[in-house]
Design a protein around this ligand. Structure first.
Ligand code: NAD
Length: 251
């Protein structure tokens, strides 16, 4: 039984993360939603952050947490999100920096500056700004855990969306570098690298790739991996989560 299934069935042991406070960006949908559920099932109080206020509030209600509208590409919005979590729950211990979008343009005739900026803002700035904003709060608690959502696209070529691939490679690079850099603060920084996972972000690919080319895992498998990272002791690692394989970390 996954953590999320247990929460839905009312079986909340609340042990592993009891007393912890978690921020989940991109928490309104897909992997963020599933991870908000998993973190809550493990006992954390969860602040759901997203640009989609309607769906975000629903997830916050579902997990008994709080919602904060936040565009992660805006540095001040990240700071306001952390302030909100501290005011609401007294501190922050965990940040799942997960908000993201496909770019949807290339570098040739199909280049679109607005799409490029939007993707960079969500996929990369969101991780950098979110980390910068949350660090003082984590230090104030004596340390904590940050998990950023990278992707298989951060490890392999992505001809269908090369700029998305560049964003996600950068997130993998951040995990490798920030893991050791943040160790003196007792802050662990890891990335999760899903293959294709059930969410609306992969809708545009469904008609383009076959089932063999695009084996899809449930969002809950990614959520359970994030939970494993948060409750473990790894840092500077990228956790690859793919259909038919046990999630595995590498540096
Ligand atoms: P999704 O579209 O279901 O969820 C993404 C969420 O991020 C949405 O709720 C959206 O409103 C939010 N968001 C987008 N831009 C934002 C911004 N600027 N500020 C705040 N919120 C914003 O897709 P998902 O698959 O759950 O995506 C979550 C993360 O997982 C993304 O970083 C994505 O790149 C990554 N990822 C997904 C897959 C997959 O196959 N689903 C695989 C690898 C990585």
């Amino acid at each position: 039984m996954t953590a999320t299934e247990a929460l839905r069935g009312g079986q909340t042991d609340g042990a592993a993360l009891a007393g912890k406070v978690a921020i989940v960006t991109g928490g309104a949908s897909g992997l963020g939603r599933a991870t908000a559920l998993a973190l809550a099932q493990a006992g954390a109080r969860v602040v759901v952050a997203d640009v989609d206020a309607g769906a975000g509030r629903e997830v916050a209600d579902l997990v008994g947490g709080a919602f904060r509208a936040c565009d992660v590409s805006d540095l001040d919005a990240n700071r306001a999100l952390v302030d909100f979590a501290q005011e609401e729950y007294g501190g922050v211990d965990i940040a799942f920096l997960n908000a993201g979008v496909m770019t949807g343009c290339g570098v040739g005739e199909d280049f679109d500056l607005a799409r490029y900026r939007r993707a960079m803002g969500a996929n990369l700035d969101g991780v950098v700004f979110g980390t910068h904003a949350v660090l003082p709060a984590l230090r104030a608690r004596g340390g904590g855990a940050i998990v950023a959502t990278a992707s298989l696209a951060g490890l392999a070529a992505v001809p269908l969306d090369p700029l998305y691939g560049a964003n996600k490679h950068a997130v993998v690079g951040l995990a490798r570098s920030l893991g050791p850099a943040l160790a003196p603060d007792n802050v662990r920084f890891n990335a999760v690298c899903p293959g294709y996972a059930e969410s609306r972000i992969i809708d545009p690919l469904r008609g383009m790739l076959s089932e063999q080319e695009m084996p899809i895992i449930p969002a809950e498998v990614v959520a359970d991996t994030v939970l494993r990272i948060v409750t473990g002791d790894s840092t500077g690692e990228c956790w690859f989560v793919q259909a038919g394989r046990e999630p595995e970390p590498f540096r």
